[in-house]
Design a protein around this ligand. Structure first.
Ligand SMILES: Cc1cc2nc3c(=O)[nH]c(=O)nc-3n(C[C@H](O)[C@H](O)[C@H](O)COP(=O)(O)OP(=O)(O)OC[C@H]3O[C@@H](n4cnc5c(N)ncnc54)[C@H](O)[C@@H]3O)c2cc1C
Length: 341
């Protein structure tokens, strides 16, 4: 197939599908190296699973809860976000609740630094998107490639007239699969081999602060896996807001259950820990929350087809993995099109 429809000296035109952390990291890196990048995102806003629900006078992070930063390059990006005021260290009173509580290995590691977006989880992604061309509300449904490059079809606009030299998919594996399958069987096989786990999230708003002895807890019993007082994160308002995440197993079993009965069961589990009934609740079903187990191959790239994949699912899961995966895919593209002296 056609690997490069480039004219000499013309910058590479690249389409990145997905404006989560992986897509934004990939696009940023490519743009910084002189490539013309357009990011296509199906939602109204950027950030993907680093998301926050805003309701009247309260808000709650209902996807990623915090992120760690171990890789030196990611720590540089984090330092820039901290300097720009869009990320901060979060030091909650953290507990482990449940069966494994007496097992020292399951206690929170005090050396782990946990960071959050400020004033909400979406903030770092929004900052990154400011420097990029991002087309939101654009759900890519199909791709086709001919001698003049790649063309995209979106649900909202049909076939786009613009041609791209390279297409990079920064979406969860099940969403990448129908886009790559007609073009690159190897990449389709890879996406098909990834298993994504579901997660139910319940956001709770209270009129007054709860007197629980923790701000966040890993839960090893019943339907819950994670609890957090959202307003204990830096930069949030004073509105008392909590987030409950159900475990992957429970979420999978109750995936098609209605929000009302899911909320009832999760609230009952929270009540057992001493929490009263909330003033308001909102439920969100994540069909694709985490990859289990996440792969470790960083990204996937076909020079022959000028098509690549990145995302947390290829790089150990989590926010840091997503950022690194995007950056590594950008590196592959630059390597593939590096001028030959
Ligand atoms: C409930 C939950 C809890 C989590 N907790 C943590 C945590 O505490 N710490 C942590 O580090 N990580 C956590 N994660 C994981 C973390 O959110 C992800 O690892 C990371 O955000 C993934 O980034 P990504 O760019 O790979 O994918 P995504 O964030 O999913 O971005 C993909 C983007 O592509 C868009 N898209 C999809 N299909 C199309 C299409 N056809 N056309 C256009 N756009 C499309 C989506 O709308 C989305 O914006 C959690 C995730 C969930 C859901």
């Amino acid at each position: 197939m056609i690997a490069n429809s480039l004219k000499p000296d013309s910058p590479l035109q690249i389409a990145v599908i997905g404006a989560g952390m992986a897509g934004l990291s990939c696009a940023t890196h490519l743009q910084q190296h002189g490539m013309l990048v357009t990011v296509f995102e199906k939602s109204r806003g950027v950030a993907g699973r680093m998301s926050t629900r805003r309701v009247d006078d309260w808000q709650c992070d209902h996807g990623a809860q915090y992120f760690t930063a171990n890789d030196p390059a990611f720590r540089v990006a984090l330092a820039q976000w901290q300097q720009a005021g869009v990320a901060q260290l979060w030091s909650p009173r953290l507990q482990v609740i449940g069966d494994r509580v007496n097992n020292p290995a399951s206690r929170p590691d005090p050396s782990v630094e946990r960071f959050v977006g400020v004033p909400r989880m979406t903030a770092p992604a929004r900052l990154m998107a400011e420097s990029l061309q991002v087309e939101t509300q654009c759900t890519v449904r199909a791709l086709q490639q001919d001698a003049s490059g790649w063309q995209l079809q979106s649900e909202e606009h049909g076939w786009h007239t613009q041609r791209f030299d390279v297409v990079l998919l920064a979406v969860p594996a099940p969403q990448a699969l129908p886009l790559v399958r007609p073009h690159v069987p190897d990449l389709a096989e890879l996406a098909e081999s990834a298993t994504m786990q579901a997660s139910w999230a319940l956001m709770l708003q209270y009129a007054a602060p709860l007197s629980l002895p923790f701000d966040a807890a890993f839960v090893n019993q019943g339907p819950l896996r994670w609890i957090a007082r959202d307003n204990s994160k830096p930069g949030r308002g004073s509105q008392e807001t909590w987030l409950l995440h159900a475990s992957a197993e429970w979420s999978q079993t109750h995936l098609e259950q209605d929000a009302e009965s899911v909320a009832k069961e999760l609230l009952a589990a929270f009540a057992e820990l001493g929490a009263p009934a909330p003033q308001t609740w909102l439920a969100h079903r994540w069909r694709y929350a985490n990859t289990g187990p996440a792969m470790q191959q960083a990204c996937a790239w076909s020079t022959e087809h000028a098509l690549g994949l990145c995302g947390d699912w290829l790089h150990g899961g989590k926010v840091e993995g997503a950022w690194l995966s995007g950056r590594k895919l950008a590196g592959k593209v630059m390597q593939a099109y590096a001028p030959i002296d």
